[in-house]
Design a protein around this ligand. Sequence first.
Ligand code: IMP
Length: 174
Amino acid sequence: MSHVRAFLSQAEIGARVTALAAEIRQDAGPGVPVHLVGVLKGAFIFLADLMRQMDGPVSCDFIAVSSYAGVKSTGQVQILKDLGQSIDGRYVVIVEDIVDTGLTLAYLQEVLRARAPQSLRTACLLSKPSRRKVGVPVEYIGFTIDDRFVVGYGLDFDEQYRHLPFIGVVQGVE
Ligand code: IMP
């Protein structure tokens, strides 16, 4: 395995995730059940940490979509694994690892909005604004980063590195 140079430490990520959880709870209001929808696979570690930092009622579900890569510029992606429960009338927060072009998130927001949640917000651990192809609202952003391919904390390169507790850049892929 190649060496990964860390640029966001476990401690930095932890502190930011705790702050995001507090912001989400503050906006939802005390006692409001918050339903987190994690986007597989990249968001599973972020969601697990975020959820454990949330006060009050919180539940989760997961959805998996095909990569936009190789798909036409319409950004059409497909649902590979759908949610297990209805989101009708619920206070939903999409939990995504990274917003890059924005195509995946724009599609997901459209699909989920059509299912009539009471509220639909989005939390992304990372954002690469310089890569955006479509404007997409993201209420909660952990860190804004430059256009670099990053791994760790759920993010992969060819299914490797998801387990790393920090976020970094694979040496040689920069
Ligand atoms: P988007 O549709 O271009 O915004 O793509 C978002 C998806 O691409 C993310 O959910 C990731 O799975 C993947 N992705 C984008 N940038 C990176 C990266 O730097 N490292 C790992 N995966 C990435």
